[in-house]
Every structure is written in C-alpha cells, then in structure tokens.
Design a protein around this ligand. Structure first.
Ligand code: C2E
Ligand code: MG
Ligand code: MG
Length: 702
C-alpha cells in the first residue's frame, strides 16, 4: 500500500497541554505539512465531522461529554469511514483494547508518545482502515452473490457439520439457516438416486476426503424436508484454510426439474406419434422386443396385428386433411379401447397402425381381438357433422410361430394384411409362411422378366373370336406367352401382375401391340379375312403419357388401319381419373380404333360409364359363362348383360366358351360373338392362319 501523506487530522482532546504537544510533533515532522484541527469535546467533533473530511481522528477517551467506549462509538458513528487512534492513560490499556473492537484502529498511551511512533501509528491505522473497508466490500459482495444467485449453496466444516445455507438452499431443503447450522449435512441434504431411491454416498465427505472438486452422479433427487423430491445437479468443492488444509466443503446445486422435464418431453416426442400420441415405430420395436423376452421366459405367445384402413386416402382427398386427421384420432381411440392396458397400440404412419398383444394363450385370442377391432373401427365416426364410415384390414403374426424378432413379426403381419386386403376388405388374415414364398417367387419373376424381351422369350398367341350369327371368325385376341428359360411356360395370370407392378408392362405391352399389328397386317396382305385384332391394355399402359402416341405410331409403322385394331380395357381402367380417360378414348375412337371392355361384370359394372364413354363392345367374363352349365337356372346375369349390351347398342362378346351347351344358350340369347376353347385355344400364328383359311369353325357353330 502506498504511503499516503497525512493531510488533515482531527484531535479531540480536552487537555490543552496534550493537544499542543501533538501539534508540535506534527510541526516537527513536516512544518505546515499537516492541517491539525483541535476540538475539546465530542459535540464539537461531531459538528466538525458533519461537514468536513479528515484523514484520521485522534481521540481522547476522557472527554467532558463522552467517556471511554461511548466516545469511540460516537466518533465512529459520526465518521464510520475515518480511521481512529485513541489516546489513553497508562492504566487504561484494557479499555484501549475494547476500543479496538468498537472500530478504532490503534491506541497510543499518553506520556509515551514521540513523533516517529505517532506518525507510524497513524499511517498504519489509515492502512488498516483501507484494508478493512476492502474486506467489508468483498464480504458484502459475496453475501449478496450468495443471496441472489439461483443456485443453492451449502457449506460444511471439515467434520461435515453445516456452517452455511443460502436462501435458495433454504428453500430447496426446507430448512432455515438457523435451524440447520451445526447439524450433520446428511440430516438436511438428503440426496437419493432417482431410480433406486437409495441414498447416495455423502458428496461432502468424498470431496473433503479426496481433497478435490466433484459432481453428484447423474439422476439425483434431493428429498426436501416435507418429502418432495427435486431433481438436482451439483458440484462439491473442498474449502482450504490459510495453511492450505481442508477446512470444509461447499456444495452448489440447482433444481433441474425443468431441464429434466424437457429431456423427458423430447424423449416422448421422439418415441410417439405427433397426431395421435401413440407410440411410434421406434417405441413399438422396443415394446415388441420386450414382450418377446417376457413371452420366452413365461413360455407364452404374443401377436402383432398390422392394420391398414380401407379407402382412407379417398376420405382424405375428398373431405380434407383435417377431417382425415380427426378420423385417425377417432380410430386411435377405438383401437385403444379394444385392447388391454398392457398391450401397445402404435401408429406406423399414414393410415397404418400396429397393435401388440403382449401376452396371448392361443392364436385364437388374437383372432378375437382382430374381430373386435374390425367391428369397433367400422362403427360410424361422428366428426364435424359428418358420420364417417371406414373399415380396416388386419394381418396377424404370432410369436414364435411367425417370427422370432420384432422386425420379422411386423413384416409378416404386414404381408398378411395385404392378403386380407386382396381377399376382400374389412377382414383379418393370419400370416402363412406360403405368403413369403409367394413374395420371393414374385421377386424372382420380376428379375427374369427384366431380361425376357431382350432374350426373345415372349411369343404372341392368337385366339379367334367367332361371329355367332355368321358362324365365322370375326377377329383375333392377341395373348402373350412367356417361356422362362428354366421354368418353362409361365401363365400371364402370374407374370402380367408382376409386370404391371414393376412398370415392365410398358415396354412389354408396346412389343405385343407392335407384334399383333404386324401380324394382322401380314394376314390381310395375304388375303385372309381377319376382322379386328384385339390387344389387351393394362391400366398402367393406358395411364402412360405416351400411350396415345405409341398406338398411333405403331399403326402407322405397321400400316394397319385403325379400324382393324381393338383395344381391350378392364373396367377399373375406366373408373379412374375419368376426365383424362374420356379424352383418350375419344381420341382413339375418332381415329377409328375399337374399344372393348374386358372381364365385364367382375369389377364395378357401373352403367353410367358405359353411357359416358365411347365403347364398342362388352366382353362377358368367363365366370358368368361358366354359370350357364354349373347352375343352368341361374343364368340371369348373362341374360341381363346381353340384353343390356344390346339396348346400349354395344357388341356383346362371351369369353371362355367351352361347351356346346354354353354356346347354345348364348345363341339363344342372340349374343353377338364368342371366344373359347370350344372353338379354339390360343394358337401360334401359322395355326391361326390355317383356321382363317379353312374356316373350319363354321361347322362347329352351325
Ligand atoms: P383376358 O384378356 O380375359 O384373356 C382371356 C383369357 O382366357 C386368356 O388367358 C385365354 O387363354 C383364356 N381363355 C380363352 N378361352 C378360354 C376357355 O374356353 N376356357 C378357359 N378356362 N380359359 C379361356 P391367358 O392367355 O392366360 O391370359 C390371361 C389374362 O392375362 C388375359 O385375360 C389378360 O388380361 C392378360 N393378358 C394376356 N396377354 C396380355 C397382354 O399382351 N397384355 C396385357 N396387358 N394383358 C395380357
Ligand atoms: Mg382380353
Ligand atoms: Mg377377359
């Protein structure tokens, strides 16, 4: 500390001789260096200090208006920041010592004062006061900090007894500082593990014992005095004394309820579906795995039900997403209502749900739940003044029969669900291993199909269509044949759907159309009377942007008249996206291409589209023709279709005629055309040419 010059001194002394002596000493040290003010009593001193600053006070303890400690107190009160040195008699040293405690910095004994000693005492007094002030400010700052910070602070001595709690610590522990002081830390700070609820090792003891800072283990709970648990996070540090020895510890901790709550919430949303609040795919996987472990231990079974709503997309598209969302929520409630609390209902996304029946006795129990769910979902859902109806299809897989892990069980339930959909909606199906075999087979077909065109594995066969009135061939239907290099002939019923799903139908269909047109042109050129050449067109081909261009360019390329070409479309093709369908059909029609509806009666059989679209012919599906012989009485459908076709002025073609009996009946209805094994199977071109030449069919028909 720099040696500050003493500029102003206030001497409070009723003895004039003593006062003069002091003045002379200052003068002796530095004449005029120090301004000395002398007052004779406390009242005067107080008046002086009230409006003037002094560097130090020299105070006699025997004043007329203030004696002993009283004088010290009053002087200190009048100028708390000014250092003070008291003057006493030789026999009064104990009084002087008390004066030091009351705020004086030093004392001098009258009669023993000499100049150098006086000045040194004054300088030290000033220095000490400055230090005291700094210490006070420091302490104040620490106090305020401890009171204001959001963290709880607790101190102990080296034996673990509490020495301090700040207000936050008081609030969090439920103990006031006065009550807690001197108690063992563990009595006030009860810290347990959140999961086990066991008391954790005393962190203070550890910090003191190991003489280093440390943290509590994660997931600690502070048990407040009233028993409430507060999640906390903390650090503990040892406190050292001047000699560097551990003298206690300080623990700082904070309430992390909010942070932990947020973590929990985030975990929840990572594992749950936002719309329905149901567990999502990830959590479901966990639950299935847990259930598997449990079922294995208890030698039980469990079932996974894969649900997909029927026609949900239609509702979403037509009524809007907000209704769609509400419907999903309503379905959620129904599903949850159908299962036990220990089961899990989860949403996979979209309109797919998976239900885990965590413990079942027999597979039949799963069937029971599936039936209950089918019924619950099918009941009307009242949403925003709409009474909505929806059904669902369910696939069921059972552990351990259908899979040993979560992924396989869910995948197989999904496969079974598709089966349920195919076999008519609002139903449930148990997984059968054969389904998987089918999937694998489908995949191998797709792979081979990709190479089939390049490897020339396709052939087109032709089946005649007979004009029943004239008894002669009035057309051909081109039917694709595929000979697999290893497996031999594969039926179109098997590979056409795969070609459609994989998109391969586009190049394949294009090839068939070109082959058929080329063939028709060749027969016509050879002078054979063919009538029309019919080619089957899949929905995907029809929807393709290049479809129309493709048809016209093939006609041009092969030189076949559009009037000689007939395209066979199924009802489902016409039902979708009716506007673009209509314009494509009109364009074909305008160019003279004929249009037939294939497999009529198996699909929607809606009359409205027959009126709407420019169609030339209806082909009655084989299954109806078959009824003529299997139940001769039940011929109503065929009769109805033939007469309907006639009233709409459409040509009616009967497919799959196999017997004379069927033929006779169709003739009696005055059906226009027929096609079937009875006349001829689909045959290779050269055989078909022979049929055209010999006209052999005439005999059969007449
Ligand atoms: P489709 O167009 O209804 O063809 C008639 C099917 O009935 C043909 O089966 C034909 O061989 C069969 N058939 C004809 N007469 C009789 C009969 O008297 N009795 C019985 N039981 N069956 C008869 P195929 O050739 O197996 O074709 C099945 C389906 O595959 C066709 O049904 C058609 O939808 C599709 N298809 C065939 N070739 C093509 C093609 O080139 N392109 C497209 N997109 N589909 C094709
Ligand atoms: Mg056909
Ligand atoms: Mg057909």
């Amino acid at each position: 500390m720099s040696q500050k010059a003493i500029r102003t001194v206030l001497v409070v002394e009723d003895n004039h001789g003593d006062a003069r002596l002091l003045r002379e000493m200052f003068h002796e040290h530095e004449p005029g260096g120090t301004e000395l003010t002398h007052v004779e009593c406390m009242c005067e001193a107080e008046t002086h200090l009230a409006d003037r600053k002094v560097d130090i006070i020299l105070l006699d303890l025997g004043l007329p208006d203030a004696q002993g400690l009283e004088a010290v107190r009053r002087a200190h009160a009048a100028a708390p920041r000014v250092p003070m040195v008291v003057l006493t008699g030789l026999d009064d040293e104990s009084l002087a010592a008390q004066a030091l405690q009351q705020g004086a910095q030093d004392y001098l004994i009258k009669g023993q004062i000499e100049t150098r000693g006086l000045l040194r005492a004054l300088r030290y007094a000033i220095e000490r006061k400055v230090m005291e002030e700094a210490l006070f400010v420091e302490k104040e700052r620490a106090q305020v900090t401890l009171k204001c910070i959001g963290d709880a602070v607790v101190c102990t001595d080296v034996t673990g007894m509490l020495t301090f709690l700040n207000p936050v610590a008081e609030r969090m522990t439920g103990w006031s500082w006065q009550e807690a002081a001197g108690l063992p830390m563990a009595d006030v700070l009860r810290i347990v593990d959140d999961t086990t609820r066991e008391t954790i090792p005393n962190p203070m003891e550890l910090a003191v014992g190991q003489n280093r800072s440390m943290h509590l283990p994660p997931n600690c709970i502070l048990v407040r005095r009233d028993g409430l648990g507060i999640p906390i996070e903390d650090s503990v540090s040892p406190i050292h004394n001047r000699e560097g020895q551990v003298s206690g510890a300080v623990i700082v901790f904070r309430d992390v309820s909010a942070a932990r709550e947020m973590v929990l919430q985030m975990t929840h949303s990572a594992q749950h579906d936002f719309l329905t609040g149901l567990p999502n795919r990830m959590l479901l996987n966990d639950r299935v795995s847990q259930a598997i472990a449990l079922a294995t231990r208890n030698q039980k079974r469990l079932a996974v039900l894969f649900l997909d709503l029927d026609g949900f997309k239609h509702i979403n598209d037509s009524l809007g997403h907000s209704i769609g969302d509400k419907l999903l929520q309503s379905v959620t409630n129904r599903l949850v209502g159908c299962v036990r609390g220990t089961d899990t209902v989860s949403r996979q996304g979209g309109d797919e749900f998976v239900v885990l029946l965590s413990e079942i006795g027999l597979s039949e129990d799963a069937a029971l739940s599936a039936r209950r769910i089918l019924q619950a979902v099918a009941e009307a859902h009242s949403l925003d003044q709409h009474d909505l109806h929806i059904t669902t299809s369910i696939g069921v897989s059972v552990y351990p029969d259908d899979g040993l892990d979560s992924e396989t069980l869910i995948k197989n339930a999904d496969t079974a669900m598709y089966q349920a959909k195919e076999q008519g909606r609002q139903s449930y199906r148990f997984f059968k291993p054969a389904m998987n075999v089918r999937a694998v087979e489908r995949q191998s077909i797709e792979e081979s199909l990709r190479r089939a065109l390049d490897r020339h594995e396709f052939t087109v066969y032709y089946q005649p269509k007979i004009n029943l009135r004239a008894g002669e061939i009035s057309g051909a239907e081109a039917l694709l044949r595929w000979t697999h290099p290893v497996r031999g002939p594969i039926s179109p019923a098997e590979f056409i759907p795969v070609a459609e799903d994989s998109g391969l139908i586009l190049p394949i269909g294009n090839w068939v159309l070109r082959e058929a047109c080329k063939q028709a042109r060749a027969w016509l050129d050879a002078g054979l009377h063919l009538g029309t050449m019919a080619v089957n067109i899949s929905a995907m081909e029809f929807r393709d942007d290049d479809f129309l261009d493709g048809v016209f360019s093939i006609l041009k390329e092969t030189g076949l008249q559009p009037q000689s070409l007939e395209l066979e479309l199924t009802e489902s093709v016409l039902m979708k996206r009716t506007e673009s369908t209509e314009s494509i059909l009109k364009a074909l029609r305008a160019n003279g291409v004929q249009l037939a509806i294939d497999d009529f009666g198996t699909g929607y059989s809606s009359l409205s589209y027959l009126r709407k679209f420019p169609v030339d012919a209806l082909k009655i599906d084989q299954s109806f023709v078959r009824q003529i012989t299997t139940s001769p009485d039940d011929t109503t459908i065929v009769t109805a279709v033939v007469s309907m076709g006639r009233s709409l002025e459409l040509r009616v073609v009967a497919e799959g005629v196999e017997t004379a009996q069927e033929l006779a009946f169709l003739q009696s209805l005055q059906c226009d055309q027929a096609q079937g094994y009875y006349f001829s199977r689909p045959v290779l071109p050269h055989k078909f040419a022979r049929l055209l030449q010999t006209g052999i069919l005439t005999a059969v028909v007449n």
